[in-house]
Design a protein around this ligand. Structure first.
Ligand code: PLP
Length: 398
């Protein structure tokens, strides 16, 4: 199969995830090869020079590029429908490069306040150290985005649905504000997964993933991905990655490349189970709040209907009785395990207020909607009836 993006676009997304980007060696292997090599040798000094001048296509050094990593990048670009993709060592490396690569001292960034803790650190604390101002807004309030944008605003950044409150932001509307302001919009699409939400089609300039989550999907490797136009990658990302060095290991790229083949199967099943578990949880008296993007009672259900083609594999809920009750529930589940990871084949549960969002002051947590009784549940590949039975006995225990 041809590697060209045009050829890939003629195929259905599931097919792209199995075939796009495949580069076969002289051995004609069926499964993609793992090129675990730091560097490459050249036929001549002239070829070596040409490669460093970008006049000879080929690989040089694994900090810049690697055949296995390139297969992952091309496969992801073909799936997302972007011109280009760059892989990074972690999701945070992807977020940091996508934002930091665009700004310099004197610039300004606006971000939705309901963010993954480390994303919020980058925007709120890291950027200002280098003279880049940032403003955090209620991402669901378009007037707040508009009011925060200044003449020197270069980047808008958001996560939708957000971690852990599954707040949904109107991506097309924020993308229009970015365009108007001459800024770019970067979307962290982890919670939606590439299967259920396509930010580039909604007007975003750049999409980032923690591939650690659903893309690996089996709790093995860390990784990140940045997807955008060729111009965006060349201007903002390429040199930053090459010179600062958050390169993805070829081994981790190989794991994720193979994992992409089963991504739709896993996500569809996990999301279907999540919907079943959420509907069951909605009927439980111990709960004071339930947030699931697939339900009609989600606060942004109308936006979800417009911009997402499926829900999420995550559920957020609040139990009456605050931290004490939440801890009793976490300590009572047996099949579901306590872990701050998500998107795994194994169902995982966490108490955000004391873990992922522990470093924020109580009033900031409250503004983010992270209450003392809130629990985040990541649904895996187990049978949903077993998960419901586990939650039933645990809820009875609180
Ligand atoms: C996990 C996560 C990240 C960070 O990814 P790592 O691979 O852990 O660095 C960023 N954004 C969101 C929404 C996440 O869930």
């Amino acid at each position: 199969m041809s590697n060209s993006p045009e050829a890939a676009r003629a195929l259905h997304p599931e097919t792209r995830l199995v075939h796009a980007g495949t580069m076969r060696s002289q051995f004609g292997e069926t499964s993609e090869a793992l090129f675990l090599t730091q560097g490459h040798v050249y036929d001549s000094a002239e070829q070596c020079e040409a490669r460093f001048l970008n006049k000879d296509p080929g690989f040089q050094y694994a900090r810049f590029s690697n055949p296995t990593v390139a297969m992952l990048e091309q496969r992801m670009a073909a799936f997302e429908g972007s011109e280009a993709c760059r892989a990074t060592a972690t999701g945070m490396a992807a977020v940091t490069a996508a934002v930091m690569g665009q700004v310099q001292a004197g610039d300004h960034v606006v971000a939705a306040r309901a963010l993954f803790g480390s994303c919020r650190y980058v925007v709120e604390e890291h950027l200002p150290r280098y003279g880049v101002d940032s403003t955090l807004v209620d991402g669901t309030d378009l007037a707040a985005w508009r009011a925060a944008i200044r003449p020197n605003t270069k980047v808008l950044f958001l996560e939708s649905p957000s971690n852990p409150t599954l707040e949904v932001i109107d991506i097309a509307a924020v993308a229009a504000l970015a365009k108007e302001a001459g800024a770019t919009l970067v979307v962290d699409n982890v919670f939606a997964t590439p299967l259920f939400q396509r930010p580039l089609e909604l007007g975003a300039d750049c999409v980032v993933y923690s591939a650690t989550k659903h893309i690996d999907g089996q709790g093995r490797c860390l990784g990140g991905l940045i997807l955008a136009s060729e111009a965006f990658i060349t201007t903002h990302v390429q040199t930053f990655l090459r010179q600062t060095g958050p390169a993805l290991s070829p081994f981790n790229a190989w794991v994720m490349l193979k994992a992409l083949e089963t991504l739709p199967l896993r996500i569809e099943r996990q999301a279907r189970s999540a919907a079943q578990v959420a509907d069951w949880l909605a009927g439980q008296s111990q709960l004071t709040r339930l947030i699931f993007p697939g339900r009609a009672d989600h606060p942004q259900a109308a936006i979800i209907a417009r911009q997402m083609s499926g829900p999420s594999t995550l559920i957020a809920f609040e139990v009456a009785g605050g931290k004490e009750a939440a801890f009793r529930l976490l300590n009572a589940v047996k099949l579901i395990r306590i872990s701050n990871n998500l998107g795994d084949a194994k169902s995982l549960i966490v108490h955000p207020a004391t873990t992922t969002h522990q470093r924020f002051a109580a009033e900031i947590r409250a503004a983010m909607g992270v209450t003392e009784g809130m629990i985040r549940l990541s649904i895996g590949l187990e049978h949903p009836d077993d998960l419901i039975a586990d939650l039933a006995q645990a809820l009875a225990a609180i």
